[in-house]
Design a protein around this ligand. Structure first.
Ligand SMILES: [Zn+2]
Length: 343
């Protein structure tokens, strides 16, 4: 074997290394190049038969050739390893933008309404507060000027939960206990709305469900008057329902406010002309309100001589149902997706 043979054997070896298209075939090429019969190995063995000068010259050339091949193997190995890694990553990649093909869902109609109501009140400077749905009798009734055996307790068909002492733990019948919690935990001034789920022992029909949603507002500050209450409800009404819809107050009775009132809004169906939905009156009943009773302030340790305030509350479900032309409240909660996806 002469120098040209070595050069040719070296370039063939390098070519076979470069031709390996994965790590497995590279390993096979390496094994073949390491075999005794491989040209470069055979050439090395034949060196001993040469004259010293020739041996030195060819030996140097052989060493260069073997180094060249070894470098080619390492280069190819790292190329193939990188390619294999990239292929693995590609295969295991999750396409997070991939859609399962169905339509996207959306918030429930009642949740949408609750969010919109919160937005209106937050825009008027109120904060949003929440409280537990399982309450004690004290928060739900007593602190709200409804001592045990108060006849007005009959206004709420209460679901009591079994606890150590009968009749002390219940599912809240209104969001008003959150007023007590807010006042117990903070100092005035308070401008807060309290949305949430409430429970009554009631048989479901087109206009009643045993579980429903209320939103309640509480303002406590110095010098708050009934005019502030009326002004706040009017501002809310025109903001939420539109400029042509107004509010009015009618005297009423609630144990926790004095004086108390019902508040109505212009019928959203006839604009006040009178229709079937408003029973010809031009008004729709929305909720209750009044000035916070001094006994309620006393229950939370506020001085009724220093602080005055008002509260109001109304049901979210019925109002939302009316606005969207839903004539049976139960439809809102049977969770039939064909019904709900309309909104
Ligand atoms: Zn009407």
């Amino acid at each position: 074997m002469n120098a040209e043979d070595v050069d040719r054997a070296a370039s063939e070896a390098v070519a076979s290394v470069r031709a390996a298209d994965d790590l497995e075939s590279l390993a096979a090429v390496e094994a073949a190049l390491g075999a005794k019969s491989a040209p470069l190995n055979a050439a090395k063995r034949s060196l001993g038969a040469l004259e010293p000068d020739q041996r030195k010259e060819l030996g140097r050339r052989l060493n260069e050739a073997r180094a060249e091949v070894a470098t080619a193997v390492e280069t190819r190995r790292s190329e193939l390893a990188a390619a294999a890694r990239a292929e693995l990553l590609e295969a295991e990649r999750l396409d997070l933008t991939e859609s399962p093909g169905g339509r996207a869902g959306h918030l429930h109609l009642v949740t949408q309404a609750r969010d919109e109501l919160e937005d209106v009140f937050v825009g008027m400077g109120f904060t949003v507060a929440e409280g537990p749905e399982v309450e004690t009798d004290w928060y739900n009734f007593e602190a709200l000027n409804l001592p045990p055996a108060h006849p007005a307790r009959g206004m709420w068909d209460t679901l009591y939960l079994d606890s150590g002492e009968p009749g002390t733990v219940l599912l809240r019948t209104h969001t008003s206990p959150v007023q007590i919690r807010v006042m117990s935990e903070s100092e005035p001034p308070i401008y807060s709305v309290m949305p949430g789920r409430v429970y009554r022992r009631d048989t479901a029909d087109a206009s009643h469900t045993p579980v429903f949603h209320q939103i309640e507002g509480l303002v406590v500050d110095r010098g708050i008057s009934f005019a502030d209450l009326a002004g706040t409800l009017e501002a809310f009404t025109t903001t939420y329902f539109g400029r042509s819809i107004h509010s009015r107050l009618r005297p009423s009775y609630f144990p926790f406010t004095e004086p108390s009132a019902e508040f109505d809004i212009t019928c959203v169906f006839c604009g006040g002309d009178g229709c079937r939905s408003c029973g010809g009156t031009g008004w729709l009943e929305l909720g209750g309100c009044g000035m916070v009773h001094p006994n309620v302030f006393a229950a939370v340790g506020y001085d009724p001589e220093e602080w005055t305030g008002f509260a109001f509350g109304f049901g979210i479900d019925r109002m939302t149902a009316q606005r969207n032309g839903v004539d049976d409240l139960r439809e809102l909660f049977t969770n039939d997706i064909r019904f709900l996806e309309q909104f």
